[in-house]
Design a protein around this ligand. Structure first.
Ligand code: OAD
Length: 244
């Protein structure tokens, strides 16, 4: 299905509680490469080399340099019309939670308030000894690398790496949101949906009666469970959905 069904706009306008799940495709049109597409970020390097505790232990300077370069691109990126539509959706909806797998912070730059980051944030660092989190204002992410905390301990990017546990605070927020009452709608935007928790949340919401909508030019494995699949880029589909 490529058009936006008229009843979907009405459903969104009347929705009281909405969960939005976003992935790398949400940021693609802001110029941030996805992970698994043809231009995906993983294509140019071995993920285990840079995005794993082992890779960091091997060469913390290299890992920091890669993350600092990626953060530079993120800081230069601007939210697109799809991000803005999600800000409008949040202000229109009494109960709203946006769970993102992205670490770029673009939803917050756009103005969304209720955002849970399940894979951490490229804008923060974490002390490898104490686990203390530092914002970029507290510990600027700039050379010399590897970054060290004011106490001289080795810091690392506050992102989830291969083999690590997702952010349980973000996980808990989604669980609570799902348990708190009837969900009208789940919007799944720009993710391959490979992670089991994304699949489980979509299925739980569906079993509870929520309407599932996927926005992805290449429908994911979740598409088969969705009521509506919009095979369009996020920058087109979201403004059309929220405005229409
Ligand atoms: P992927 O790179 O796996 O998938 C990106 C998805 O976005 C694909 O389904 C594309 O078809 C879709 N897409 C591309 N352009 C789009 C657009 N303009 N509008 C809408 N959709 C578009 O990214 P994720 O599913 O987010 O985890 O990957 C999940 C996780 O895998 C990442 O957070 C990362 C990675 O391992 C960690 O780093 C822990």
């Amino acid at each position: 299905m490529t058009g936006i069904p008229p009843e979907l706009g009405a459903r969104i306008a009347g929705a009281r509680r909405i969960l939005v799940l976003t992935g790398a495709g949400m940021s693609a049109e802001s110029g941030i490469p996805t992970f698994r597409g043809n231009e995906g970020a993983w294509r140019h390097f071995d993920p285990e080399q840079l995005a794993s505790p082992e890779g960091f232990a091997r060469d913390p300077k290299l890992v920091w340099e890669w993350y600092a370069e990626r953060r530079g691109k993120v800081l230069a990126a601007r939210p697109h019309a799809g991000h803005q539509a999600l800000v409008q959706l949040e202000s229109n909806t009494a109960g709203f939670l946006l769970l993102t797998q992205n670490v770029d912070g673009l939803h917050q730059v756009a103005g969304n308030q209720s955002v849970a980051e399940i894979h951490g944030s490229i804008h923060r660092s974490k002390c490898t000894r104490t686990g203390r989190i530092y914002t970029a204002a507290e510990l600027p992410i700039e050379p010399p690398f590897p970054l060290r905390t004011p106490t001289g301990d080795l810091a690392r990017p506050d992102v989830v790496w291969f083999g690590e546990t997702i952010r349980m605070d973000a996980y808990g927020r989604v669980e609570e949101f799902l348990a708190a009452g009837f969900l009208d709608l789940v919007l799944i935007v720009g993710t391959t949906g490979l992670f089991p928790y994304i699949q489980r949340w979509a299925m739980t919401a569906r079993q509870g009666g929520a309407h599932l909508v996927e926005i992805n030019p290449e429908p994911s494995i979740l598409a088969q469970f969705c009521d509506v699949v919009l095979e369009q880029p996020a920058s087109q589909a979201l403004p059309a959905l929220v405005g229409g």
